[in-house]
Design a protein around this ligand. Structure first.
Ligand code: FAD
Length: 413
């Protein structure tokens, strides 16, 4: 069996893996990516947050994404009944934050990132999966197998596992930990958005709170199609039967905010289901490896934090791995695990608050002043490491207190 040597082996060519590998290269070391699928490939996760622009720029991947002409995203609009809450990334609390980002069909976005990463000198082996990993201190010997059954070995000084829903190292090293969120479900499709409104709202991402625990995403793309997805607990999905398309069309019909625009639209593909996405890990790193993106902890899609966590963790892990390989002592627990947990835990409070209704009370209250809205807006832009922001620093307490106040003022308590 052939053995190839590299500094860093990256598993998975999603945004986490390509940002990580590009940054390893930028830091003067070699990286190899093994990717199980052939690109372009479909993956869900189409609405980005401004914070991920920092990582794309740092990794030298921003220009290639710019060249794709994706739909620009300047904020997010939330609707519930006759109430509306509009977040504009221009009005953020966090200074020097990016004020915009993109809405991207991931097949095209991920391929652009992977091609550019390869162009920078990273070898990307497609249709190649990981079969076995043997750790020896921080060194590793990984056996990979391509689609034709050919096996070879990769010797690396560090492994970054960015395998997303594949969860290669959590599965091999028994690191999976259940999430404390209930298993939720989605039915989604891409549709030909021929009735897209001509005004500013037509191209904007909209989240419709249909019930407290059932919501809909509308993510328009620049190619004229739109991603439309229903998310919620089982009780909602149990109301519908028949083919995925029949169920999808009945759901569209049930929601007044979207039914006119999306009634009878042509579907780009048959609606798909994903369920039970929330998962955690016992540890974010070990000797010679780190888990990044969805291969570590994934919370929930409601605030579009997935890709941003993927790029943040990929970027941080790559830089730390390079420092370690160059001989520096790295405190992985403090510099990686605690850093990621700070961000994940902040979003955890917002996701919890969304599904128990406290955050929706805040979003849809006319009483919330602009300063507070700016602070929440920075969280929704992905700036969950800005400890000057009280809505980051004391996330759990502040949301609870504010929801209580808002209800008091509305005479609901
Ligand atoms: P991925 O993008 O999944 O990439 C991992 C790669 O690893 C894949 O290409 C895969 O083929 C490869 N791989 C897997 N196994 C192996 C193996 N054994 N060997 C080699 N390669 C392997 N996030 C957002 O930011 N915005 C959203 O709007 C959003 N919406 C979502 C909606 C839903 C319903 C769900 C469930 C998630 C959503 N997400 C969203 C989350 C988003 O999908 C992920 O967080 C994001 O794709 C993670 O990126 P990644 O690079 O970690 O993994």
């Amino acid at each position: 069996m052939q053995t190839e040597k590299t500094d860093v082996l990256v598993i998975g060519a999603g945004p986490s893996g390509t940002v990580a590998a590009s940054l390893v290269k930028k830091n003067g070391l070699n990286a190899v990516i093994v990717e199980k699928q052939k690109f372009p490939r479909f993956v869900i996760g189409e609405s980005l947050l401004p914070r991920c622009m920092v990582h794309l720029e740092d990794a030298g991947l921003l220009d290639v994404v710019k060249a794709q002409g994706f739909q620009e995203k300047f904020g997010a609009k939330f609707l519930k009944g006759d109430k509306m809450c509009d977040f504009n990334f221009q009005e953020q609390f966090t200074s020097e934050a990016w004020k915009w980002t993109w809405q991207v069909p991931r097949a095209q976005f991920d391929k652009a990132l992977a091609d550019e990463t390869e162009r920078k000198g990273v070898s990307v082996y497609y249709e190649t999966g990981v079969v076995d990993v043997q750790m020896n201190g921080t060194d590793s010997l990984t056996t990979v197998e391509d689609i034709n059954g050919n096996k070879r070995r990769i010797e690396a000084k560090f492994i970054i596992d960015s395998s997303g829903y594949g969860r290669v190292l959590p599965n091999l090293f028994d690191l999976n930990k259940p999430s404390n969120f209930p298993a939720r479900k989605t039915l989604f499709a891409h549709v030909k958005d021929v009735k897209r409104p001509d005004n500013i709202d037509g191209n904007r991402i909209t989240i419709v709170a249909h019930h407290t625990d059932v919501w809909i995403w509308v993510i328009p793309f620049s190619n004229g199609t739109t991603s439309l997805g229903f998310v919620g607990n089982n009780w909602f999905f149990e109301k519908f039967s028949g083919s995925p398309e029949k169920q999808f069309r009945e759901m569209v019909e049930e929601v007044p905010h979207i039914n006119e625009r999306f009634r009878d639209v042509e579907l780009v593909f048959e609606p798909r289901t994903i369920e039970g996405w929330s998962i955690s890990v016992k540890q974010f790193h070990g000797d010679g490896y780190a888990l990044t993106g969805n291969s570590s902890e994934f919370l929930d899609p409601v605030f579009s934090s997935g890709v941003t966590f993927a790029t943040e963790s990929g970027a941080v892990a790559a830089k730390l791995a390079c420092r370690q390989i160059k001989g520096e002592k790295v405190d992985w627990e403090k510099e990686f695990a605690q850093h990621m947990k700070q961000g994940v835990d902040t979003f955890r409070s917002y996701v919890t608050g969304w599904y128990d209704g406290t955050l929706q009370d805040i979003f849809f209250s006319p009483k919330v002043d602009l300063n507070i809205k700016g602070q929440i807006c920075s969280v929704l832009a992905g700036y969950v490491w800005d400890l000057n922001n009280p809505f980051v620093k004391k996330h759990s307490r502040v949301i609870g207190n504010l929801a209580h106040l808002v209800k008091l003022e509305a005479g609901a308590l």
